[in-house]
Design a protein around this ligand. Sequence first.
Ligand SMILES: Cc1ncc(COP(=O)(O)O)c(C=O)c1O
Length: 373
Amino acid sequence: MKIKDFELEVFFTKYEFNIPYLLTQSDCQSISINELLSYRDGAKEEFLNLSLGYTEVCGAPKLRQMVSSLYTTMDESNILIHSGAQEAIFNFMNIFLNKEDHIITQYPIYQSLFEVAASIGCDTSKWMLRQNNEGWYTDIEELENLIKPNTKLIVLNSPNNPTGYTFKEEELLKIIEIAKKHNIYIFCDEVYKGLEVDNIKRPWLADLYQKGISLGVMSKSYGLAGLRIGWVATKDLDILDKLTKMKHYTSICSSAPSEFLATLALEYSDEILNKNLSLIKRNLKIAVQFFKKYPTLFKFNAPMAGPVGFIKMNIEEPINEFCDKLVKEKGVLLLPSNIYFYEGQYFRMGFSRDNFDISLKKFEEYLIEKKYV
Ligand SMILES: Cc1ncc(COP(=O)(O)O)c(C=O)c1O
């Protein structure tokens, strides 16, 4: 199998660990193991006495049970733990798709959500997210028009990376109605769930649709990317069985310390999510003030949910060149829209880091120094 480079990861490899002002990150501010263990009395002791043997392929039973409790219609038999979300995307596309299949993906979207299918040889169509003055939106009729006789899968990412768009429940129900009519599965990457800026809790896709697969992870909303714990939730047990057999070839099982820490974090799920959401809201207030100052240079729509927004910049030079100079000269990292193969002059900004205000100040300094404003 041949697969194209993952542009976002290639870009981050250059900068993520040597740049002071990360203004584009999609994972929430992380915490130390010590801080996480201090959530529950006795947790430190249990952690230190943990065995470092293999764990169960499908994930530790307590962890699967905690994950299933996030849903309304799942139990642990519906959950398969993976190494981050990325392993689950890669494995799912590989067990589910053949080269004769057609898939439709929401767009712009995280690259692996269409690239793995493309590498299998599938025909892929883009269902575009569109933007007007109020923000990002989708046209569900457009989705139905993209369906072909061999369409096997619709791929969604809600809340969406990079736009921060999230489907309202009635939209999800309409998409499901279309999928049912055409006998199509839906894979919904929901790794940013729990960070609803508008405070509306929306259902997970797998709770609504028998042929729905929900993807979740500890990396993003929980800010625990270093655990590399993700999961797939679905009522389709045949898919779970195939995914388990695929996992035998990829990671076999997750790391025991990570499973322990993920279980502990999920016991305090609401607290951790509320903490991260409060930080995003604080930073969004700062961002709103900033973008108000420069209405002709930027078009900014705050995310409906999640830690990132996709911001249009009104400049002549290509956005990737602007971002390259910004990071090299000022140490401020923004992700240019070409990383998403997206036409138009956009960059992704992240609102989930402690030093957001400082990084934004540095960005503003650069704009002033270089006479953009
Ligand atoms: C939408 C989306 N899905 C999946 C992933 C991969 O997550 P993980 O790092 O947990 O594998 C990312 C990471 O940026 C993402 O943005």
